[in-house]
Design a protein. Sequence first.
Lengths: 290, 279, 367
Amino acid sequence: MDARRKALLFRKLTPYLLLLPTAAYMLFFIGYPIAETVRLAFTDPDTGALGLYNYLTLAQDFHFWEALRYTFLLAGVVIPIQVALALGVSVLLMRRFRGSGAVLYTFLIPLTISDVAAALIWYNILTGSGFLNRFLLNLGLISRPIQFFGYQYRDMEFLAIVTTEVWRATAIVFVIVFAGFQMIGKDYLEAADVFGATQWEKFRYIIFPLVKPSLQTALIIRTLFAMQVFAVVWILAGRDIPVLAGETYYWQVELKNPNVAAAYALIIAAISITLGFLYLKLFKPEYLEG
Amino acid sequence: MGEHVESYKAYKGEALKRIMVYALAVIIVAWIAVPLGLIFISAFAQPADYYNIHKLFPTHFTLDNVYTFLVVLGAWKSTLNSIIVAALTILISFAIGLPAGYSLSRYVFKGKDAFKLSIIGLRMFPVIVLAIPLVVIYLRIGLADTLIGVALAHTAMSLPFVVLITSSLFAGIPVDYEEAGMVFGLTGWEAFLRITMPLALPGLSAAAIFVFIMSWNEVFIASILTLVNRTLPADILVSALNAPDPYKFAAGFIMVLPAMIFVFFARKYLVQVWGISIK
Amino acid sequence: MVGVRLENLVKRFGKVTAVDHINLEIRDGEFVVLLGPSGCGKTTTLRLIAGLELPDEGRVLFGDRDVTYLPPRERNISMVFQSYAVWPHMTVYENIAFPMRIRKVPEDEIKRKVRWAAQLLQIEDLLDRYPHQLSGGQRQRVAVARAIVVEPDVLLMDEPLSNLDALLRVVMRSELKKLQRRLNVTTIYVTHDQVEAMVMADRVAVMRSGRIQQVGTPQEVYDKPANVFVAGFIGSPRMNLFPASVVERDGAILLDAGGLEVKLPADMAEALRRAGPPGEVIAGIRPEDIHPTDRVPPGVEPYEVEGKVDFVEPLGSDTIVHVETSGPVILMKVPGSFPVRMGDEIRVVLNLRKLHVFEKSSEKAIF
């Protein structure tokens, strides 16, 4: 092959060759397991026949319906709180004040904390001999420790989980929202000041519309993650509060039934894809065009 | 006289706002820092002090909890496993993903947009869904309950991130530098190695730290894929939960510490990773 | 040190043909400027010569060597980039030394040549600094020093002055030209600034939409533009260009420019007659070739026009006067001392010797 053809061919192929390992890897590690999940989910573990057997098992297990309910309920309670907090802290940090850098860094620390650690951190605080109870007891505000854990205190367990999730995962929403805030040109706000806008008006007419894309992005990412909530619930409440990922784990590891586990996994995937679609339909995510 | 009152009111209004801002700042920092501080305290508190609920704060501290957790309960093994898995994940995901990131940053080619879109889409894929079939697949190919098996799964999880972050890093290094290198005697590969890489290294280190943390923290896949060779979070999930409280907290402390330290060092790169700048 | 020949170069990007059959011969030691507006293909042509792009058709030859598909490092070239591309993680010394390091030049020779180049560019005391500590102008000098330090066959420069402030640009223009004269290296220089081209070039290649419009010395493209585009691009202020018709009246050829009926000298009239039947044309005359009636220099073939001053642009040493005539509005360049005010009635003289006429459809020059 002469120099010309060789040089041209190399130039043309190089970008594709560089992509190849990634493309191949993702194809194998996503494509193949998805196919396998589908196969497992629709295979009867006893007979090996294809069918809806596993989904029947699911439907007849009240844990499944509880898991469905709790997963969505948790998301529905936690996410609005996180959005409000993220917006609030963003607005606060937009004012440059001494130490705002430290506040920012501190608020981002939970991004690096695993859900296992977060659960243990709040267990430490909320448990019978935990700091909250000590605090209240020693100040004489209560006479007996408040129980957050245990099957009969399921509502308190839920509260503990909500608190932990808010503590742990607000940073995920915040990080995306705040990046959106930072992209607002200073001039827009200064112009608003010149034309006499109040703080609320500035927020409502300038800041909020400009951060809406970031907010939407943060919402979908957070919601998708919320569908997979696992360790926090498992550590703080076990199966008292079933969630979809928890049930997946239980059927796989403790009941040693990969088929039903796969059925659960498919449901989580289906929910995620549906939410993704709805999101694309409702909002036109500009960030995908970047 | 009237003017003084007006400006005094404005001054007081401003001062009040300032106080509120600082008060809120303190609350926010406390909200995050206090729970962290508390688990540090509990991890090192003498169990006697911990179980005595009439004591507001433990006053006697010990390294025993951490020691017992690591040595007697054997958690040093799972800690080591976590480190190995994270290191392998970094190695593999960068080896595979960095070239792709470079390709996206430098070249224009047919299919580029489609590829980029699919990478972005994959980031939002529920990776835990992979864990179930991987058990079955790994059994078939002999990777069941191995660290490399977990690392490969973690790589799948972090590959989109690595591709996107390296792409953005390389895009920030002007292609002129490489072209000048090629004009003055380097091959394309040498120009990349000797000119672009040194300039990208700080950002790449930060990205590596984030990949480390993602792998270190990951619990669902690790718990499902391992039995004996567990990573730390998997170990905690399965055994530490049955242990007495002080060991739980020692476990929490060990989980939290490396992540916090690393990210402190990488905090300048939160811009590249998340698009925010810390002044 | 070699001559460069471009044979039928073509480069396409998708549907756009950036370089459209370029043919150019550059002599050994010559300073050739590729001049044109942005998007005309001059930078792409330069990159093809450098080897940073590969052509779709055509050849690039350095002397006898066909370098068309050779990578840049095998062409023995140097290049000054528009952004300078001075590597930020190396000192100035390291940057300049780099081309020699690659060629495994011995260390003491490197030291000598780096000092030599730094002296030429007056940056000897900056050798230990890092690029971020330098101003734009200083970084530019580093880029030039790096480019001359190994003797390349061809020196390429891609708008090296466009990021400098105006004053520095004027200074560097003559410095670069003097440098090139001294080193006698074949140089290909890309710019959109026609003043730069006129000052620095041995020959100018005016480009537009991927094609070369005209190649010639600065004086040639100024005096004899080959088409309307070159006529309008070269010269500041711009040549007056206006539509006109060639008419035949009483056996004589006249140029009718909307109210102005110009009787042309015999040779010009003959050229027009030979060029074809009477019809529409484009006429042009430079502002510097129009004079007030009382300031007409010798050797002018006069055609007098009366008009009114529509606008005055005082530039200090010169003044541009916009004159409204019964035909087109024409710009006239006069010395700054010439007394003129908006609204003045004025009589001016066009130097017919310097009149240009272009075919309307092809825009090519008749004379």
